[in-house]
Design a protein around this ligand. Structure first.
Ligand code: BTN
Length: 330
């Protein structure tokens, strides 16, 4: 049996959040206690906080609700053929791209994983992806009209996540930051990475990767270099992970359909309601260049509008970073 399968077995046994002795775990998995020790070390490397107490055994810091395709589909009401639930992967975006190279996928097909060992963020950064506590999801969408249609896509997706948090979970102070980050109380809670390429028929293949912090374990959080938060810190009761994944999947699919039919214009006024920087002074970083101005929302294509020296300029392109004008916060 591969080590990944062993680790999955062990996590399942520990997922109840109760203590389990090394001996009992060894027996349940038909391996030695030494092997259990070794697997526990691997779990810690994957960002799973496992406590060990002598005389009692091992326990997860918190119980984990493992991803379950049936439960997710029961909420999303989407066909089974649109969902793929994986355990430990490199990156869901990479897996989805590979899969779409070899088979035709339905619009909105999603891969969800429990953990990513090569989770990718924007601008070449790593996306910290510990096991079982957050959501890592990649959605497939083919834009018939090609790359030109993709400009406001990441904004529409960011808005969809923000709306699920605000309208369905009742979380306050949810905002979006151009082009696609989602914040709660000015701390980042979700990020989006869209890989797009042009297909031979002129259409654009979009792999829409979303990472949402649900409960970020302390050890994993230490390696994040900006203000962050997680959804569960803003809820009275812990979130049901599978239900949330189902709602999100459903909401994303309907948002993407709307986007494909009518473009970004229909979302532009909503963006203003959620915009973290609306009418605030901002500093744009465009490579070596800095532009200071007043944020004036977005236009109907999703371009960022910034008032500079009395005139409003449009900015677009994935490499622009927007910060608060005092440059101390993102
Ligand atoms: C960002 O830097 O804000 C974007 C983060 C995107 C992370 C998600 S997690 C699922 C998908 N797979 C990846 O490797 N990255 C995206």
């Amino acid at each position: 049996m591969k080590i990944e399968q062993r680790l999955e077995q062990l996590i399942k046994l520990l997922s109840d959040g109760e203590f389990h002795s090394g001996e009992a775990l060894g027996q349940a998995m038909s391996v030695s206690r030494a092997a259990i020790n070794q697997y526990i070390e691997k779990l810690n490397e994957l960002g799973i906080d496992v406590f060990s107490v002598s005389g009692k055994g091992y326990r997860l810091a918190t119980a984990i609700e493992l991803l379950n395709a049936e439960d997710i589909l029961a909420t999303s009401q989407l066909p089974e053929s649109m969902l793929n639930v994986s355990s430990i992967v490199g990156s869901t975006n990479d897996d989805l791209k590979q899969l779409s190279d070899i088979q035709q996928l339905p619009q909105g097909y999603a891969i969800l994983a429990e953990a990513q060992t090569q989770g990718r963020g924007r601008r070449g950064k790593q996306w910290i992806s510990p096991f079982g506590t957050n959501l890592y999801i990649s959605l497939y969408w083919r834009l018939e009209e090609g790359l030109g249609r993709a400009m406001g896509l990441s904004l529409a997706v960011g808005l969809a996540i923000a709306r699920v948090l605000r309208e369905q979970l009742d979380i306050e102070h949810v905002s979006v930051k151009w082009p696609n980050d989602v914040y709660i109380n000015n701390q980042k809670v979700a990020g989006i990475l869209i890989d797009i390429d042009s297909l031979d028929d002129g259409s654009a293949r979009c792999v829409i990767g979303i990472g949402i912090n649900l409960t970020l374990p302390e050890t994993a959080a230490q390696s994040i270099d900006q203000a962050w938060t997680d959804v569960n810190s803003h809820l009275p009761l812990p979130l049901q992970r599978n239900r949330f994944a189902g709602r999100l999947h459903q909401y994303l699919v309907s948002t993407l359909k709307e986007y494909e039919n009518s473009g970004f214009a229909q979302f532009a006024s909503l963006w203003r309601q959620y915009d973290k920087f609306d009418n605030k002074p901002v500093r744009l970083l465009l490579g070596e260049r800095k532009v200071d101005g007043l944020c004036r929302g977005v236009d109907d294509t999703g371009a960022l509008l910034v008032e500079v020296d009395g005139g409003v300029k449009r900015f677009f392109g994935g490499e622009i970073s927007v910060r608060s004008a005092d440059a101390t916060s993102y």
